[in-house]
Design a protein. Structure first.
Length: 159
């Protein structure tokens, strides 16, 4: 998240004519993301057997016995990657999601009209202080915005 700069200082830095071109964070549009972050747990990698609270991959995790698919992103596959690059990115996204979930309390919010996907996973946007953790993964190059289908992490070249 960008630091907040007082308006007079921002105007001086950017000039009034260029003010709209400066990166000024806007508050989240989803009221659910503005709630106080009330969810917290200690996450590790998922292991065989019953899953309660663990990370499956870069866009899926279990929390208190519920399997959650992060609704606003798609991350590279780890279980059936299409190429070595996707496998490496998937492993990095999984590690990073684990770090982000363990970094402190977060909020789970329903986005859109669907509560679950076709596999029965709860669809949620995961946020901390109003910032989507999924979009943070996207900015770090470990995920892409969800477009309703799996992305190509291999640059058009399969394994």
């Amino acid at each position: 998240m960008l630091p907040m700069i007082p308006f007079p200082k921002l105007a001086a830095l950017c000039g009034f004519a260029l003010l709209t071109a400066c990166a000024v964070p806007s508050p989240p549009s989803d009221p659910a993301l503005l709630r106080a972050d009330g969810e917290r747990a200690r996450f590790g990698p998922c292991a065989p057997g019953p899953r309660v609270t663990c990370v499956v991959d870069g866009d899926t995790f279990w929390y208190r016995g519920t399997k959650i698919r992060i609704a606003d992103i798609n991350a590279p596959e780890v279980s059936h990657p299409s190429c070595p690059r996707e496998a490496a990115l998937g492993a990095a996204a999984t590690r990073r999601l684990t770090e982000l979930l363990n970094a402190g309390p977060f909020t789970l919010a329903v986005e859109g009209k669907r509560d679950t996907d076709r596999y029965g996973r709860a669809l949620r946007v995961v946020a901390r202080r109003g910032e989507s953790l999924g979009l943070r993964l996207e900015r770090e190059g470990l995920a892409e915005r969800w477009r309703g289908r799996r992305g190509d992490w291999c640059g058009g070249v399969a394994a």
